[in-house]
Structure formats: structure tokens, C-alpha cells
Design a protein around this ligand. Structure first.
Ligand code: F6P
Length: 344
């Protein structure tokens, strides 16, 4: 019986368990044995696995996070780890591997595929929605719904206290969460990494809004947004094992600037990991399920080095390297022609 390994890497995200469940159910139907690799690539470096049966995936569809655990381990970071991954792949008797992750996890999968570990397929996961070659990643829909609900809740306090409330959302270097949660939540200004912040313009919009009788405002800012003028970026320079800066803090700086320049009382709310937690939406459960089934079909058809993807309403496959070669940043037309209509 051929054996498939499944791993989840990078930040956890709602929808991972539906993918695992679907891949296990479809895999068993097709006659494969399935094992779970614990904590992303770390589990393959250490040969840390668990069997996955129909019982082990029962009841996990509505659960957030990942039953396999995750880590931001990069086997290309430490000398010898890639060899350990390859050796363990053999030792565990694996025929193929399903790697579920974002640009980092899938970047490793793509490299391994070229470096001789050929029987790999990928599944695109991230709340940031920043992967090329797929219209949506699972996790994003849940994150924007959570952020939208938080924005709705900020409205009541902003209005009652006549304040400006700044909401800092995740999304790394892409503004998808800010843009879509901001539109859905009726934000008065949305600031994204793709367009440097012009603080004077932001304050002018807010003053104009207040001048027409609105004495509160909601500003949504993406964690990766930057000020136009240098010297105003206050973000921690901590790097993870993939070399990413740990973002966060822009909301506080922005709130201070807005209050100083407009005189309106301004507070900040950082939504943080709440956006990544909890039960996946129906959209993410269905997308994750379709991705999990398709991943097994790719293995069955020997279509290795591919990633499952959403194109319109169809699930297709694309080369893994396509998916990781460039970050999918915000559609500026959506920002300029739709979001901005509601600014101020
Ligand atoms: O990629 C998902 C994400 O939540 C980003 O939006 C955020 O910048 C990052 O992960 C936070 O990572 P961590 O949970 O490791 O702090």
C-alpha cells in the first residue's frame, strides 16, 4: 500500500483541519495509507509522525488550527536538515507528500521537488491571501469575517465616545485583509502596504468627515503599511527562520499622529491572532475540502510539483514554483475605484 504524508507549516489558519480530513478520506478511498507529519518541516527533519485514520479526522471539520501542529522551521536554514528530510522520507516509506502552507512552506516544497524529492504536491493556505496562482487561499475568508465583526464592534464605541478608532489588522506585506475587512466593515480610511501612508492626506479626510457632522471615524491599517516619510516606521526588526520581519505597531504610531494632527481623541485596537483563530467559515471549509480531495487526485495522477488552486469556481493545478515566485498584492483597482468611494 502506498503511503502519503501530510504536513502543515507556517502560521496556523482556519481551514487546515478540513484539508487534512478531506485528504485522509479521499486518500483512504483510493487505497493509500496516510500519516501525519507533526509540526511542519520540523516533523520531517525529526521523523515525528502519527497515523491518520478515518477516526483521527472525525469531528475536526469545524475546528480551527491544525491537529498536526505547525512550526516555522525552514530545513534550508540549517546545514544537514534537507538531507534529514530526504532520508526520513525514505525511512518512513513515503510515496508522496502533501505540504499545506503559505509562501514559506510551499517555497520549501518547491525547492525539495527540484532537489530530488520529487513526489510533492502543495495546498495553498494563509489568512494573508498573498499567494500567486490561486484566486483565494483558505483561511482568508474566516480572517476577514472575524476582522469585519471586530470593526463592527469598534463602531459602537467610536460613535458613543466621539473617537477615532484605528484597527490594525494582519496580512504581512499584502493589504488584502485590510482592504476587504475594511470595505465589509465600512471603514472611513483604509491603509495598505501597497500604498505608502500620507499622514496629511489621512488627517484631511478625517477632518472633512468630522466637518460634515460625523464625530467618529474608523481607520483600518494593515500591519505591513509604511509611512511615506522616512523616520516614522516603528516596527520590530525580529526575523523568523525564513527571514521575515515580525510586523506590528503601525496602528499605535498612526493613532498618535492622527490625534496630534487633528486634535480628535484617537485609540488603537490590534486584532492580532484573533484573526487566525476559531472555526472556519463555510467558504473556507468547502475550499479546504475541495483542495484536500484534489491534492490526492494529483498524487493519483502522478502530477507532482503542483499546487492545487482556485480559478474562478474551479479547482485546478498549477506549478508550485508559479505559486511562490511573486507575492500577490492588492488589486489597486479595488482600492482606488471601490474602497476610496467610502473614504471620509
Ligand atoms: O502569515 C500569517 C500571519 O498571521 C501574518 O498575517 C502575520 O504577519 C504573521 O503570520 C504573524 O506570525 P506569528 O504568528 O508567527 O507571529
Amino acid at each position: 500500500m502506498e503511503k502519503i504524508g501530510i504536513l502543515t507549516g507556517g502560521g496556523d489558519c482556519p481551514g487546515l483541519n478540513p484539508v487534512i480530513r478531506a485528504a485522509v478520506r479521499k486518500g483512504l478511498l483510493e487505497g493509500y495509507e496516510i500519516i501525519g507529519i507533526k509540526d511542519g518541516w520540523k516533523g520531517l527533519i525529526e521523523a515525528n509522525t502519527i497515523p491518520l485514520t478515518i477516526d483521527s479526522v472525525s469531528g475536526i471539520l469545524p475546528r480551527g488550527g491544525t491537529i498536526l501542529g505547525t512550526s516555522r522551521t525552514n530545513p534550508y536554514k540549517k546545514e544537514g536538515d534537507v538531507q534529514k528530510v530526504k532520508d526520513n522520507f525514505k525511512k518512513l516509506g513515503l510515496y508522496a507528500l502533501i505540504a499545506i502552507g503559505g509562501e514559506d512552506t510551499l517555497g520549501v516544497a518547491s525547492k525539495l521537488h527540484k532537489d530530488g524529492l520529487s513526489n510533492v504536491v502543495g495546498v495553498p493556505k494563509t489568512i494573508d491571501n498573498d499567494l500567486s496562482a490561486t484566486d483565494y487561499t483558505f483561511g482568508f475568508d474566516t480572517a476577514i469575517n472575524v476582522a469585519m465583526e471586530c470593526i463592527d464592534r469598534l463602531h459602537t464605541t467610536a460613535e458613543s465616545h466621539h473617537r477615532i478608532l484605528v484597527a490594525e489588522v494582519m496580512g504581512r506585506h499584502a493589504g488584502w485583509i485590510a482592504l476587504e475587512a475594511g470595505i465589509a466593515g465600512g471603514a472611513d480610511v483604509i491603509l495598505i502596504p501597497e500604498i505608502p501612508i500620507d499622514i496629511e492626506e489621512v488627517c484631511a479626510i478625517l477632518k472633512k468627515r468630522h466637518a460634515r457632522g460625523k464625530n467618529f471615524s474608523i481607520v483600518v491599517v494593515a500591519e505591513g503599511a509604511q509611512f511615506k516619510k522616512s523616520g516614522m516606521v516603528l516596527q520590530e526588526e525580529k526575523l523568523d527562520s525564513f527571514g521575515h520581519v515580525r510586523l506590528g505597531g503601525i496602528g499605535e504610531t498612526l493613532a498618535q499622529q492622527i490625534e496630534a494632527k487633528t486634535g480628535f481623541e484617537t485609540r488603537v485596537s490590534v486584532f492580532g491572532h484573533i484573526q487566525r483563530g476559531g472555526s472556519p467559515t463555510a467558504f473556507d471549509r468547502v475550499l479546504g475540502t475541495r483542495f484536500g480531495v484534489k491534492a490526492v487526485e494529483l498524487i493519483k495522477d502522478k502530477k507532482f510539483g503542483k499546487m492545487v488552486a482556485l480559478a474562478g469556481i474551479k479547482i485546478i493545478d498549477v506549478p508550485l514554483e508559479e505559486a511562490v515566485k511573486a507575492l500577490k498584492t492588492v488589486d489597486l483597482e479595488l482600492y482606488e475605484n471601490v474602497a476610496k468611494v467610502f473614504f471620509g
